[in-house]
Design a protein around this ligand. Sequence first.
Ligand code: ATP
Ligand SMILES: Nc1ccn([C@@H]2O[C@H](COP(=O)(O)O)[C@@H](O)[C@H]2O)c(=O)n1
Length: 237
Amino acid sequence: MVPCTWKFTKVFTTRILDDGVIEEKDQARIEDKNLHIVFVLGGPGSGKGTQCSKIVDTFGFSHLSAGELLRREMSSDTEIGAMICDTIKEGKIVPSEVTVKLLHKHMEANENNKFLIDGFPRTDENRVAFEQFIGVEPVFVLYFECPEEEMVRRVLSRNEGRIDDNIETIKKRLKVFRKLNLPVINHYSARGKVHKINAVGTIDGVFDNIRSHFVAYECFNIAPLQAGRSDLIHAST
Ligand SMILES: Nc1ncnc2c1ncn2[C@@H]1O[C@H](COP(=O)(O)OP(=O)(O)OP(=O)(O)O)[C@@H](O)[C@H]1O
Ligand SMILES: Nc1ccn([C@@H]2O[C@H](COP(=O)(O)O)[C@@H](O)[C@H]2O)c(=O)n1
């Protein structure tokens, strides 16, 4: 598989507004987009979302949280919404087709070509579905290592009203994490793509470890592609 080779063209959609005015909107469609995808993995409450916000602010990636996209879809009054709700309550994994379609929709609607995909792939089935449907591999994978007691403590004090932040569901989520998510991390590890992050410490301390991986990646893979940034290649060699 060739990573990062989608075509990105503009398509025009026409919409008639309430007052009869015709709006022509150019919409981004991924076809030849030079994609840079980073998967962010780790157990529930290991701090993925918290660190993704900092990466977005510092490195200009767009953050797509699979869990958050599913929670938004869950609120829709549809059969799929109800199915997602039941699955999340049980700490199980939503069928890949649903999650990959949501990710694709949001990637297509976003002109950025740098995406942090948080909480995905959760299973080998997720991973294969992404590879087949989206056709791109991650440039690297961040794996947040955190002791289970600490993850439980963090989730129970998160206080965001999530239906899965209770001790019964957390136990199930941890089981699913061990059984289904760790094999995905091992898959990418065997391909030399995993950067392990010690998720214990202050939020800024954890970010200091993450930062170096993005600085190195940007220097060698993004900055040289941008006009006028060849200075960075020379400066770093
Ligand atoms: N380094 C840290 N030290 C202490 N608390 C933290 C740290 N990082 C995040 N937290 C807190 O822990 C809770 C869980 O963090 P966060 O939501 O980022 O985890 P997550 O991995 O995205 O979780 P999930 O997979 O369940 O969505 C939050 O309340 C957050 O403020
Ligand atoms: N790839 C995924 C990601 C998440 N889910 C479901 O959502 C729950 C919450 O996810 P977080 O990443 O926010 O912790 C998770 O426990 C799953 O039920 C999924 O099915 N597939």
